[in-house]
Design a protein around this ligand. Structure first.
Ligand code: ZN
Length: 336
């Protein structure tokens, strides 16, 4: 089976051709860097950029793979959650190709794309936990099997990636904030500023990050901002984020063990999983608890069409045509 997939839920325009033996024949990710000058993703501009580039990268993908549209068995696209303009463009584009080639169209949930991304390069024993950390989500999922996924923890306000962006803005650093903060943190003192750890004592698996931004703002107002203060704040903030994720993951695995749900592996997925400092902190807690920490292959960490193709291959054994499925910007894990 040969799958063509499209991902356009935010500011990455991506297409992939993958076969059911997991071979990636071509994978192109076009990142819309121009949002940097606006300090965040502008949905209307993102939609237009998806529309402008999709045809070019599709042609390139078919050339790279030495395939024609008629060779594809299934067309798939992210149908939510995400920005509605981008979702409509990507899914309509994939649907048009599927109609033109008389092949089925399969909608894919972006969250499932991230959650299943680690199963591409790891053998997963279920039940399995996934910590999804992105600019739009900070969630913990318990996957019992590939058709049964429960959301067990969620952020009650900002997502972790959003917190990185907002703190970067307070520090006068460019958007997106994640990479910049991680680089600056290497030169800073992580013990310099003591920031709060919201909700870590609460008896649930939820997160809160909006108070952190306020705490950073108040701390900065008491200091003369210079390069050293910026680097120290980046290090202190990153340490604080890693600790929150660390405590919540530990609470979740301990609680599940008490409930006789034996977790042997945890996936760290989504764009924030690129952060090496967070990776190493979580790696340590998992090692302590005899749990294997799994990461996707590098090209499946940030938003990409390869994880969409893989989710399609993994989930769609029956190849059901769902041409009438409408994209949903607030699609949840059990909506489809
Ligand atoms: Zn994503």
């Amino acid at each position: 089976m040969l799958v063509f997939s499209v991902e356009t839920s935010c500011d990455e325009t991506s297409v992939c051709i993958m076969n059911s033996d997991k071979k990636i024949l071509s994978h192109i990710v076009y990142s819309q860097d121009f949002h940097t000058k606006h300090g965040g993703v502008v949905p209307e501009l993102a939609s237009r950029a998806h529309l402008e580039i999709l045809q070019t990268i599709t042609k390139n993908a078919f050339n790279d793979a030495c395939k024609k549209p008629g060779d594809i068995d299934v067309y798939s696209a992210t149908c939510g959650p995400g920005l509605i303009g981008g979702l409509l463009i990507g899914s309509t584009y994939a649907k048009s190709l599927s109609i033109g080639s008389n092949k089925p169209f399969v909608p894919i949930n972006h969250l499932e794309g991230h959650i299943f991304s680690t199963s591409y390069n790891n053998d997963i024993t279920y039940p399995h936990l996934s910590l999804l950390v992105t600019g739009g989500h900070t969630q913990i999922y318990l996957t019992k099997n590939i058709n049964s996924i429960d959301l067990i923890g969620d952020t009650i306000d900002d997502a972790v990636g959003e917190a990185f962006d907002k703190v970067a803005k307070l520090l006068g650093l460019p958007y997106p904030g994640g990479k910049e903060i991680e680089e600056r943190a290497k030169k800073g003192d992580e013990k310099k500023f003591k920031l709060p750890l919201p909700l870590i004592k609460k008896d649930n698996f939820n997160f809160s990050f909006s108070g952190l931004k306020t705490a950073v703002n108040l701390t900065l107002k008491k200091n003369v901002i210079n390069e050293k203060i910026i680097n120290d704040m980046c290090a202190s903030f990153q340490k604080c984020i890693a600790e929150i994720l660390y405590f919540k993951l530990k609470k979740t695995t301990n609680t599940l063990i008490e409930d006789n749900i034996n977790i042997t592996s945890v996936s760290l997925v989504g764009g924030v999983a690129n952060n090496k400092y967070i990776q190493s902190k979580l790696f340590n807690i998992c090692k302590d608890q005899n749990i294997e920490l799994m990461l996707p292959i590098k090209e499946m960490i940030s938003d990409n069409a390869a994880m969409i193709a893989w989710a399609c291959i993994l989930k769609n054994k029956k190849r059901k045509n769902k041409l009438l499925f409408n994209p949903n910007p607030r699609l949840t894990i059990n909506n489809m």
